[in-house]
Ligand binder design. Structure first.
Ligand SMILES: CC(C)=CCC/C(C)=C/COP(=O)(O)O
Length: 276
């Protein structure tokens, strides 16, 4: 009985496809669009130096090259990653690790699974529907023009937030973490994507808005800040988001508040809106 090593060697020489598989590994690690590496693969490979293989293997390897050029980028390995590539991959690795560690309420059976109902209440407190409905109600009830101005701008901010988050989610198309259970209340179709967290953008923007435009006692101001942090944290704890989705969302919410301040709607800029 031949030893496994001998029989594998015999098999290799009898089967030219094994060489092609080896080629496939090599070509996977080179840049398919780089003419130099394509030339290297087709002319310098051991397969091509053997005359007996020329006719059949060149068409086979051409087919393979075509297939590999069609491979999605994430299936190919880069030989010379840049510093930015390495930094991004490291950030992504830390992000995924931390996201998994912090997803303690992702399921009922998770380590903090019993806190899941409470976290879902926090989730609803940062949802768009209660905020938009609440602003519309306050606008209807408000009897001072200063109050109407503030609430109208809050409503404008909430709508702008939905649009901007929807656009970024639609462009980035990052999937939610695998441990997330999609049992969220009232979502749009883009909400299957996770970058950035809409709850985090809203929490950051609304809290800044309230701190700057409402007269609040110090304990209430602290509560508003804690609420924004808790809503953001709960996104990762519920397993809805990666840490970077929430961190970016929080940053984006602050930027959105800056936009609202810049384009502040006032009776002088939009008199028609305030005549109602
Ligand atoms: C239906 C309305 C008015 C808003 C949707 C709010 C929502 C579900 C956002 C998604 O938030 P995350 O990106 O944090 O999961």
């Amino acid at each position: 009985m031949p030893s496994p090593r001998v029989s594998r060697a015999a098999n290799n020489s009898a089967n030219p496809m094994n060489k092609l598989e080896f080629m496939s590994l090599l070509t996977n690690r080179t840049n398919a669009s780089d003419p130099v590496s394509v030339r290297h693969r087709t002319s310098d490979s051991p397969v091509h130096r053997k005359d007996s293989f020329n006719a059949t293997s060149s068409t086979a390897s051409q087919q393979q090259q075509q297939q590999q050029q069609q491979l999605p980028e994430e299936d190919c390995m880069k030989l010379n990653p840049s510093f930015l590539d390495i930094a991004l991959s490291s950030l992504l690795a830390v992000d995924l690790w931390l996201t998994k560690k912090m997803g303690v309420c992702a399921r009922e059976g998770s380590s903090w699974g019993s806190a899941r109902p409470l976290m879902k209440l926090v989730e609803i407190s940062g949802h768009g529907i209660p905020w938009i409905a609440g602003s519309l109600y306050c606008l209807y009830k408000s009897d001072s023009s200063a109050g109407r101005e503030v609430i109208l701008n809050l409503l404008f901010a909430l709508l702008l937030d939905l649009v901007l988050v929807g656009i970024v989610k639609g462009i980035v198309k990052r999937r939610r973490p695998v441990h997330n259970r999609m049992d969220m209340f009232a979502t749009f179709s883009v909400d299957k994507y996770s970058f950035p967290s809409g709850h985090a953008t809203r929490a950051a923007m609304v809290s800044r808005f309230m701190l700057n435009h409402l007269v609040l006692a110090v304990p209430v101001r602290i509560l508003v800040m804690l609420w924004a942090i808790l809503v953001s944290l709960s996104r990762v704890m519920l397993g809805r988001h990666n840490v970077t989705d929430v961190a970016f969302g929080f940053f984006m919410g602050h930027m959105q508040y800056g936009l609202i301040e810049y384009f502040w709607l006032s009776p002088s800029t939009l008199p028609a809106l305030f005549r109602m």
